[in-house]
Design a protein around this ligand. Structure first.
Ligand code: ZN
Length: 58
């Protein structure tokens, strides 16, 4: 029997159950979200850097 509950939201990073409304809203636990944000920021930085390098070529 498969029970589908929308109430148990899992962290999209580590798969743990999220307990706070804030975490559920984010889809990540507090720690995972800060890591996620850091990764996004780094990704963005890398992308900007790549764009700068490409601009330099042109
Ligand atoms: Zn997590």
């Amino acid at each position: 029997m498969v029970k589908t509950t929308t109430e148990s939201v899992q962290c999209q990073r580590c798969g743990r159950k999220l307990r706070t409304p804030k975490a559920m809203e984010l889809g990540y636990g507090r720690v995972c979200h800060s890591k996620y944000k850091a990764e996004k920021a780094k990704e963005e930085m890398d992308r900007n850097q790549m764009r700068l390098e490409l601009d330099g070529v042109n």
